[in-house]
Design a protein around this ligand. Structure first.
Ligand code: ZN
Length: 299
């Protein structure tokens, strides 16, 4: 008799686990639910380690990204932004700890542009399973996925114009929302519901929260039953079409504007890389508890 119990998830460092919940399907799970899966450098490189593990394993056909807790991810952990602690560099950028625009740009290029874009180009099909708040950096780790399954309570926002920045670092907005809706969402910082996101084509399926995992794994299994060669070709054909439309150049151009936003802020706001006036403007959507700062100190 064989034991069909799936092996326990492997902890990749405290922020992400890796497991194979069904045959031929690897899953990375964000495990920082007490912080809304806020992303620091450790979380992002552990996520990259999960991608690398799935890439190197020929028995894996599909990669799933999921998250524990009420929220998929509420964005970047601004307390640790520009930290090099926990980095496992993927580019030849260098200068990550240097001062001035040079250091900021190098750091964001490594972490946000190059790391995320290589996930977008992961050869095998990927599915993100999202719930609750998917804000700012949360969308940045979701968008590289080929398919997105959202629970009914999922909501999406990029409110960073409040901080004097045009958009988050990975500028997929016009492709994900359409140009006019992208502008409205960026100008207002308003949230998009799962149903609205499905209507725009950003989300593949909307399901009750209780069905998020089972629906995602069933979809992954269905895909994984097909030969990997065809899947890789289909993915590459769609992605290359987007590149022929100029997607990668547009993403890089917007990234440069983003770093210009940080540079502007550092000049006019006493060295701060974000306009501090943004925090009250986003308090309603981020729903941060009043004692948030205290919780940060306690951990
Ligand atoms: Zn930034």
């Amino acid at each position: 008799m064989t034991d069909n119990t799936p092996p326990q998830p492997v902890d990749l460092g405290g922020r992400v686990t890796y497991d194979v919940p069904v045959a031929r399907v690897a899953r990375a799970t964000l495990t920082r639910p007490e912080k809304g899966n806020l992303q620091d450098v450790h979380l992002l490189y552990q996520l990259d380690a999960a991608y690398r593990r799935a890439a190197a394993d020929d028995s894996i056909s599909v990669f799933v990204l999921a998250a524990e807790g009420d929220d998929f991810s509420i964005g970047h952990d601004v307390e640790t932004l520009f930290s090099t602690d926990g980095m496992d560099q993927v580019t030849l950028e260098g200068g990550l700890g240097l001062g001035g625009v040079e250091g900021d740009m190098a750091w964001e290029n490594e972490i946000f542009l190059q790391l995320h874009w290589r996930w977008r180009n992961f050869p095998k099909p990927t599915i993100a399973a999202v719930q609750g708040r998917v804000f700012a950096g949360g969308m940045m780790i979701m968008w590289p996925a080929d398919l997105i399954v959202a629970s009914e309570d999922a909501r999406f926002a990029d409110p960073v114009t409040a901080f004097g920045i045009g958009a988050v670092e990975l500028f997929m907005h016009p492709w994900e929302f359409g140009a006019r809706r992208a502008k409205e969402l960026l100008f207002t910082g308003e949230t998009l519901t799962a149903q609205e996101a499905a209507g725009l084509g950003m989300v593949s399926r909307v399901v009750p929260r209780a069905d998020l995992e089972s629906t995602t794994l069933a979809l992954a299994e269905r895909i994984a039953a097909r030969p990997t060669a065809g899947l890789k070709m289909a993915k590459k054909a769609v992605n290359q079409t987007l590149e022929i439309q100029g997607q990668w150049n547009a993403v890089q151009a917007a990234f440069n504007l983003h770093t210009l936003g940080h540079a502007h802020s550092r000049i006019v706001h006493d060295g701060a890389y974000l306009d501090p006036a943004g925090f009250p403007l986003v308090a309603d959507i981020w729903e941060l508890p009043e004692d948030w700062e205290q919780q940060e100190e306690d951990t």
